[in-house]
Write a new protein. Structure first.
Length: 159
């Protein structure tokens, strides 16, 4: 996995290691969509080397990384938005989705995975909430529904 415009490393395992590191780091900060995209690139590297990585896999990593970078930029108190969400309108449908997710988690319903995937992008302009929700999503992916429900119930969301 190398960035466009950069020469490929002489180490054939470097792309796999970079994807693995990105996956782990993204998971640690709650950027589950980025972690999943990096995991797909890592798997492609393991199966067919860096040459086997399809452009759409790299595009997915770049797309998710841009979201994370924007969230980190918004944490900078000197940034242009002083940490305020750039697009509050994206949270219009969050309330009903969160209620639905809580209900699914209480029922230990695997449909929680799909709901979490719908909610996560709605939090793109809200880095703190997205990071917290990333922990919830991680528990859901591990089918730890009770723990995910506890974490979700403890969260507060901007209105």
């Amino acid at each position: 996995m190398h960035r466009r415009g950069h020469s490929a490393s002489s180490d054939p395992t470097a792309p796999t290691r970079v994807a693995h590191t990105l996956r782990g780091t993204a998971g640690n900060i709650g950027a589950t969509a980025l972690a999943q995209a990096a995991a797909a690139v890592e798997a492609a590297c393991q199966q067919g080397g860096a040459g086997g990585v399809r452009s759409e896999l790299l595009a997915a990593v770049e797309r998710e990384l841009a979201i994370v970078r924007e969230g980190l930029r918004m944490l900078d108190p000197q940034g242009p938005t002083n940490g305020e969400p750039s697009d509050g309108s994206r949270l219009d449908h969050l309330g009903p989705l969160l209620l639905q997710l809580k209900q699914r988690l209480a029922e230990s319903d695997a449909a929680s995975l799909e709901l979490a995937a719908k909610i996560e992008p709605l939090l793109a302009g809200h880095p703190r909430e997205r990071a917290s929700f990333g922990k919830v999503a991680s528990r859901i992916q591990e089918f730890e529904f009770d723990e995910a429900l506890k974490l979700l119930s403890a969260m507060t969301f901007p209105s």
